[in-house]
Design a protein around this ligand. Structure first.
Ligand code: XMP
Length: 415
């Protein structure tokens, strides 16, 4: 499936660090896959791994004894212990040729995409996020001129985002279709306060818009998706759904597509970023922080209006600019940072007169996996500069607060 002859299997027996183990194996030069520990001997043998790394919490009996004796391959036991020896396990015990790297993944995928699509055109829903952007860049290199990317501007994107996405793809050999559906989406969620209802309505409307645009292009057989490896691991674990992911399953069925192309489905997020850099996708796209599908609509608490969105967009841009000016290296910045329109007003005073303006919350978190997060202890000077600029430049903003809630008990987003 991967185009690499060698693979090391990571078997999950309930310990933490299965992803870390899989990534370390890949860093050492061998492709790796994660599977649940209840896999049968037969299924393991069918995958033909050159080695197995078992990950458990270290409790006696959590890893079956037969694993080491009956699979016929080298097994390493990181069960609650350190993973420092993974590289030498890969190289010296499994005797991997160490041919797995992103350059080789690209070479193999360029061929695989050509073969899979067999001269047909491909359609992609491009959000401008890292995964769909890298997917578009890879597809356009593999099958230039046969990729149609639909970018739906639902009106909840960040300041200048639509132009930035369009500019990033203007030099590529693909058909970029930008759909301005702002009024349509805003009308659909008018007066809706419940966050889940907003998400549902926006998701359904997205499918409608996408279908309409796809129809205009005629009968395209293939739908490409930027699904990445953690989406697959999270979506179907031990046969039960842990977290249903928008990329896996739902969209293609709702759109009526049967033929899927998922060229990133073997990669972890850091590998997707590396691939993007190799394809010369601009830094701003490769380093992007996650952004919810329903966008700013879930960063306006309660009912969304054009005015609130306008205010939030500007405040958010100012906050991000202040962070990016103060913290030069992207890797030193918080994992996610943004502004929120809280939907409430506070009394203030400006030039001697009473004001009653919106409370804007600023949020920045440090996180590895977005499942847990610590609020970022940003320097007060930076926060003060952002607040002063927001209060002077954003009409209608009356007060700025900084959120110091970690996850758990909070979530990263407010809604
Ligand atoms: P929470 O708020 O649950 O967010 O702590 C965890 C991560 O998921 C992102 N997020 C979303 N992404 N659609 C998405 O594609 C959504 O509806 C959505 N809601 C939250 C959030 O930005 C954070 O990175």
């Amino acid at each position: 499936m991967t185009g690499f002859n060698e693979m090391i299997l990571v078997l999950d027996y309930g310990g933490r660090g299965k992803e870390l183990a899989a990534r370390m194996i890949r860093k050492a030069g061998c492709y790796s896959e994660i599977r649940p520990g209840n896999m049968t001997k037969k299924a393991i043998k069918a995958m033909n791994p050159i080695g197995i790394v078992s990950v458990s919490d270290g409790k006696p009996g959590s890893v079956p004894r037969w694993l080491a004796f009956e699979t016929g391959v080298m097994v390493m036991t990181v069960n609650g212990g350190p993973m420092d020896d993974i590289a030498s396990f890969v190289k010296y015990e499994c005797k991997s040729k160490c041919e797995y790297n992103i350059d080789n993944y690209i070479k193999w995928q360029l061929e695989a995409i050509k073969t899979r699509t067999d001269g047909e055109d491909v359609l992609l829903a491009l959000s401008g996020g890292v995964d769909s952007s890298v997917c578009a860049a890879l597809l356009s290199k593999a099958i230039p001129g046969r990729v149609h990317c639909i970018f739906v501007d639902h009106g909840f994107i960040r300041e200048n985002e639509g132009d930035q996405v369009e500019a990033a793809f203007s030099g590529m050999k693909l058909d970029f279709i930008r759909v301005d559906a702002q009024d349509r989406f805003l009308a659909k969620i008018k007066g809706i306060e419940d966050p889940e209802a907003k998400r549902r309505i926006i998701g359904a409307e997205f499918i409608e818009v996408f279908k309409e645009e796809a129809k205009k292009l005629g009968n395209i057989k293939y739908l490409a998706q930027g699904t990445i490896y953690p989406d697959i691991v999270e979506s179907n674990w031990n046969g039960t759904t842990v977290k249903s992911h928008h990329n896996v399953g739902g969209l293609p069925a709702a759109l009526g597509f049967k033929e899927l192309v998922e060229p990133l489905s073997g990669l972890f997020k850091d590998e997707v970023r590396e691939l993007g850099r190799k394809l010369k996708l601009s830094k701003a796209f490769v380093e992007r922080q996650p952004f919810p599908g329903p966008g700013l609509s879930v960063r306006v608490i309660g009912a969304v209006t054009k005015e609130k969105l306008f205010m939030l967009r500007r405040a958010d841009a100012i906050f991000r600019e202040e962070i990016e000016t103060a913290i030069k290296k992207p890797e030193d910045r918080p994992g996610q940072y943004f502004a929120v329109h809280t939907g409430i007003n506070a009394v203030g005073v400006k030039e001697g007169a009473r004001t009653y303006g919106a409370v804007i919350a600023l949020r920045a978190v440090d996180t590895r996996d977005y499942m847990t997060a610590e609020y970022t202890q940003l320097p007060h000077g930076l926060l003060a500069r952002a607040a002063a600029r927001i209060l002077s430049d954003v009409p209608g903003a009356g007060r700025v607060v900084y959120d110091i809630t970690s996850k758990p008990p909070g979530t990263i987003e407010f809604e």
